[in-house]
Design a protein around this ligand. Structure first.
Ligand SMILES: [Zn+2]
Length: 143
């Protein structure tokens, strides 16, 4: 594989593993988002797709399908709730999450996760949020 293949075709599709991707634009990716219509997107034959770094046709990562994208969005929300609550810094929250998932912290990027991992993140984060909520309730009761 040459460097330009890497840049232009991105990584193997998360959903099907194919590396043959076709360049299209936002009209195909997000028909209802007029603001994205002019932006380039790489499409896999299975329907998964990925956007590009601003001003380039270099893929942001591997193409992903709807379930994966939804999972990542939910994972980001659940995860942000943890560090935005002040329970942990964002950095230590990532270290905590990586440990829970059993992956190296440097590989712990929600934006690159497959659907199953993203949904694991959602439940791991929800458990912690719930545990903190209960702890807060108990310490209130003890006062
Ligand atoms: Zn695919």
């Amino acid at each position: 594989m040459t460097v330009s293949d890497v840049l232009n075709e991105g990584r193997a599709c998360i959903e099907c593993g194919s590396q043959a991707h076709r360049l299209s634009d936002g009209r195909e990716a997000y028909p209802h988002r007029g603001d994205l219509h002019a932006k380039p997107f790489w499409f896999c034959g299975c329907g998964a797709f990925v956007g590009c770094h601003p001003g380039t046709t270099n893929a942001l990562g591997a193409p992903a399908g709807k379930r994966t994208k939804r999972g990542r969005t939910d994972a980001h929300k659940a995860f942000d709730r943890i560090w935005k609550s002040g329970d942990m810094t964002r950095k230590s929250a990532y270290a905590w999450l990586a440990e829970k998932l059993g992956v190296p912290a440097k590989d712990c990027h929600i934006s690159f996760m497959d659907g199953d991992t993203a949904y694991r993140v959602v439940s791991i984060c929800q458990e912690r949020t719930e545990a903190l909520r209960q702890a807060a309730r108990q310490s209130k009761g003890a006062e």
